[in-house]
Write a protein of this length. Structure first.
Length: 316
């Protein structure tokens, strides 16, 4: 087979006025041009382009008749509010996850500084050895960078041994991603089972869900589009509270949609706080931005028929 010819990107960069003119030429209604230019100057044409796909005529780059610049902004603002809601939930879940790791693994090992000892981590294969070495190096790096923090500086000021602070101090410095790696690479399953049990989940499911949440966290932290994207497939909850998890029969067919991810958040938030309002706030957000009225929650987010009758989504 002959090599494919080299393809070159040749589209020129255009200024904000040209960007607006291009949108208008494609049929977008712009009532206030100065205002639209301000948004283009602060959000960017390319970022907004991720939100106007559902406003285009099928198989065309032309907008559906009557589509306005505000319609696109409305969709963009919904996604922003959804990310903020998820970030708030992730904060609570991350703190709970961190607390459980510190509590169960420190008690299990009987070693306040287990986080810096290779013997507690998987090292059975060269890949595992490389991964655990990288993890321990990351933790050492985070600790070195944090020595000016008051609670870390105070430890070194008042104590000589052990050389480094205990796990309940150091793990406060770690990102969600590093915490997840710490959890997965820890060798013994006993404390990991206890952590998963705290969230009423089987270990396999808990591991899958936390990996997914870490991915969502990264998307939210980098302001990526969330509302209509496909996620990595996740395991179903095979344990949980009786009658609390989803009963939708084809749930495994939609587990790459944001509906499934939001259901995971809803489930876990109730484990952290039985008075959690996460689910109600998601539904309120869908209604505020008319996604339910327009059917976009089903078309783009994976909400199945009858979702509102699921126990976790029933409004109290």
């Amino acid at each position: 087979m002959p090599p494919r010819p080299t393809r070159y990107f040749t589209k020129p960069a255009i200024d904000f006025n040209q960007q607006l003119q291009k949108l208008q030429a494609r049929g977008l209604v712009v009532a206030d041009e100065p205002r639209a230019l301000r948004y283009l100057a602060n959000i960017s044409y390319y970022r907004l382009s991720g939100y106007w796909g559902s406003f285009l005529l099928p198989g065309s780059s032309q907008f559906q008749p009557g589509t306005t610049f505000d319609d696109i902004l409305h969709r963009y603002q919904f996604d922003k509010q959804l990310r903020l809601l998820c970030l708030e939930g992730i904060e609570r879940l991350e703190i709970s996850f961190r607390t459980q790791i510190i509590y169960h693994i420190t008690r299990y090992t009987g070693d306040n500084n287990w986080y810096e000892q290779a013997r507690f981590f998987k090292r059975g294969t060269p890949a595992e050895q490389a991964a655990s070495s990288k993890l321990l190096s990351t933790i050492r790096g985070e600790l070195d960078r944090a020595k000016s923090k008051t609670f870390i500086a105070d430890y070194y000021r008042f104590y000589d041994q052990p050389r480094n602070p205990p796990a309940w101090m150091v793990l406060e410095l770690l990102s969600f991603g590093t915490l997840y790696n710490l959890f997965t690479q820890f060798m013994d399953t006993t404390p990991k089972l206890a952590i998963a049990n705290h969230f009423n989940l089987a270990l396999r499911v808990f591991d899958s869900w936390m990996q997914s949440i870490n991915g969502v966290r990264n998307k939210c932290a980098h302001h990526d589009r969330l509302w209509d994207i496909s996620m990595k497939p996740m395991l179903s909850n095979q344990r949980g509270h009786a009658g609390y998890w989803l009963t939708e029969p084809n749930v495994t067919a939609i587990n790459t949609k944001v509906y499934y991810t939001l259901s995971i958040f809803n489930f876990l938030m109730v484990q952290v706080s039985q008075t959690s309002s996460f689910g109600r706030r998601v539904v309120a957000l869908l209604r505020e931005y008319d996604l339910i009225t327009l059917g976009l929650h089903r078309q783009h987010m994976g909400f199945p028929a009858g979702w509102e009758q699921e126990i976790m989504w029933l409004e109290l």
